[in-house]
Design a protein around this ligand. Structure first.
Ligand code: CA
Length: 246
């Protein structure tokens, strides 16, 4: 959810792009479709859902979509068949396949059938969002950059800089940073960060999160003061002027 006080010109521009974007989600597992539809709607996209292959095919044909998220295995007709038929009709709408299949031959089959991208379940919402943004970018449209203080993260190229100095991050560190950049001044609980970056439940025993925070801080702090603050007992917060710890 966007905090009104934190809306910048960049946020407004991104929100405008999102408002214009219509996304069709074809997925029969309600556990996944609920989470994806709710999350994308909260991000400002216009989202519709079809729960089987037949309803999916009708929706694919009857409307103009900016992006289609398509499950591979569907009752009625499989996503991969829908995709082939769609491409045979010369429809060029970007399609992202959602599937538990992650073996290389299936990936190739999906891409050969005309998928633009491929997401293996379970996936983190942050990663889905990052890929959705890339697929929704149109030629001539400005690349989407998240900024906070002197830190910049370009979502398409995944380039990060601080004070103009490039910073090399791993994929997980990039997701972690963008989660903070999208929520400046908000305390993010370990549960929320874990869900957002790893797509998993935080069981409280692993130090994976602490290790990644430490490494991200080390890289960011090579070019400036600490911006990722610890809020003991509650989580972490992006804040350039931290004040007293609460
Ligand atoms: Ca399915």
């Amino acid at each position: 959810m966007m905090n009104v006080e934190s809306v910048t010109a960049g946020d407004a521009a991104r929100a405008k792009v999102r408002r214009m974007s219509r996304i069709l989600v074809i997925e029969d597992e309600s556990r996944i479709s609920d989470f994806v539809v709710r999350g994308l709607t909260e991000e400002g996209y216009r989202v519709e859902h079809a729960a089987d292959g037949l309803a999916g095919w009708t929706a694919m044909q009857s409307n103009q979509w900016d992006l289609i998220l398509l499950d591979w295995w569907l009752p009625g007709e499989d996503g991969i068949h829908l995709l082939r038929r769609f491409r045979q009709k010369n429809r060029s709408t970007p399609v992202m396949l959602l599937t538990a299949r992650d073996a290389v031959p299936q990936r190739v089959e999906g891409l050969d059938a005309g998928a633009d991208d491929y997401m293996c379940k379970p996936f983190s919402f942050e990663e889905l969002l990052a890929r959705v943004r890339v697929l929704l970018r149109r030629p001539g449209q400005d690349s989407l950059t998240l900024e906070y203080s002197d830190i910049k993260a370009d979502l398409a190229s995944q380039r990060v800089s601080r004070g103009g100095q490039p910073i090399d991050l791993t994929a997980k560190e990039f997701l972690l940073l963008t989660l903070f950049l999208r929520n400046p001044g908000v305390v993010l609980s370990r549960t929320r960060i874990f869900d957002g970056v790893w797509g998993e439940q935080y069981d409280g025993s692993s130090n994976t999160l602490e290790v990644h925070i430490k490494e991200l801080r080390r890289k960011l702090e090579a070019y400036g003061p600490r911006v990722i603050q610890t809020r003991r007992g509650s989580g972490y917060m992006l804040d350039a002027a931290p004040g007293d710890e609460v």
